[in-house]
Design a protein around this ligand. Structure first.
Ligand SMILES: [Ca+2]
Ligand SMILES: [Ca+2]
Length: 333
């Protein structure tokens, strides 16, 4: 896709045939609706590794975008920087539909920080086989820590989001935490809530509520209307006015976030509407939420794109979810 070219993923690393399986099972029962405790929206806790999480209750939400929204976004893109716009860039958001998550779950309040990730490294995370998938272990080879090649030192400050890691490393870290990467549905529900909002805070864009490609951004598509204070990444949690309905920070912007799911352009059209998961194999992993170097339309809660799981970049980070029950996610056909 043109977007990927524009974003200059100079560090893309092709990792070969992908066979990693996401959790895939077949059936559901309604009693899962009561399988997780009832807690108030946004209840906070600190998990076993000392990381803050917020509670997302079971519920129904509006996923995806309408045709009008997709067409409108494309027109907006043409206004921002026509050279980067392809109509098909947004078609993967079609169509809007209701999705039910039958279980509640914890999601990290912030993007995973360098400080938090370093605890995983210090604990021997890169040498402990149990945290790595077969594909991830093969990808890693003899590496004993993150490869920060191409990532500026200021992005590695302790309170900055951990970027410059592959999907495999994010997955291993999540397992070390006792959690997982969020499915697309878990991510989108935590970002937009039950009212189908376009941004975590509401339907209207507000350039003071996130770190995106603003007037200080070094790209041609920088938005001259707003100065968000950061030309690259911001320390996590810098935008309290931008929290989502559960109190999760930076669901829009700062770093783009890995999810568990393989990318499928027809995800919203062919998937289950109950606890959906992506197909059990694919080529690219889905990213959500936009980043510090992207136009504001990419920070919409419905925007989705995919990159190879062996990619790393200073615009990509992640967060973790923790489920209290084993959830039989419903795979696409
Ligand atoms: Ca910015
Ligand atoms: Ca983010």
């Amino acid at each position: 896709m043109q977007m990927r070219i524009v974003l200059l993923f100079a560090m893309l690393l092709l990792t070969g045939i992908i066979t990693l399986l996401v959790p895939v099972h077949s059936t559901h029962s309604a009693d899962l609706l009561t399988a997780t405790p009832e807690r108030a929206v946004g209840t906070q806790r600190v998990d076993g590794r000392g990381v803050s999480q917020v509670w997302v209750p079971a519920g129904e939400f509006i996923a995806g975008s309408t045709e009008d929204q997709v067409n409108g976004t494309y027109q907006t893109c043409l206004d921002i920087w026509p050279q980067m716009c392809l109509p098909q860039e947004y078609l993967a958001e079609l169509y809007q539909h209701k999705v039910t998550l039958t279980y509640g779950y914890w999601i990290d309040q912030y993007e995973v920080t360098n400080a938090a990730y370093q605890e995983f490294v210090k604990d021997g995370g890169y040498t402990r086989r149990e945290y790595w998938s077969e594909e991830g272990w093969l990808w890693k080879g003899s590496q004993t820590g993150p490869n920060d090649w191409g990532c500026e030192p200021e992005l590695l400050e302790p309170d900055m989001p951990r970027s410059c890691i592959t999907w495999y490393e994010a997955e291993a870290y999540a397992r070390w935490r006792g959690g997982e990467l969020p499915t697309e549905a878990e991510w989108e529900y935590a970002a937009r809530g039950t009212d189908g909002r376009v941004y975590p805070w509401g339907d209207d864009f507000d350039g003071t509520r996130l770190n995106y490609c603003d007037s200080s951004c070094p790209n041609a598509w920088g938005d001259a209307r707003f100065e968000d204070g950061y030309s690259r990444t911001a320390p996590v949690g810098s935008f309290p006015e931008g929290v989502s309905w559960v109190g999760a920070y930076d669901m829009a912007g700062n770093v783009w976030e890995w999810t568990a799911d393989w990318y499928d352009a027809l995800y919203h059209q062919s998937g289950s509407d109950i606890d959906p998961a992506a197909p059990d194999q694919g080529i690219e992993k889905v990213l959500r939420g936009g980043s510090w170097n992207m136009p504001y339309i990419f920070s919409r809660t419905a925007y989705r794109d995919g990159v190879l799981p062996g990619s790393w970049s200073s615009i990509i980070g992640f967060r973790v979810v923790s489920r209290e029950i084993s959830v039989p996610l419903t795979a696409l056909p």
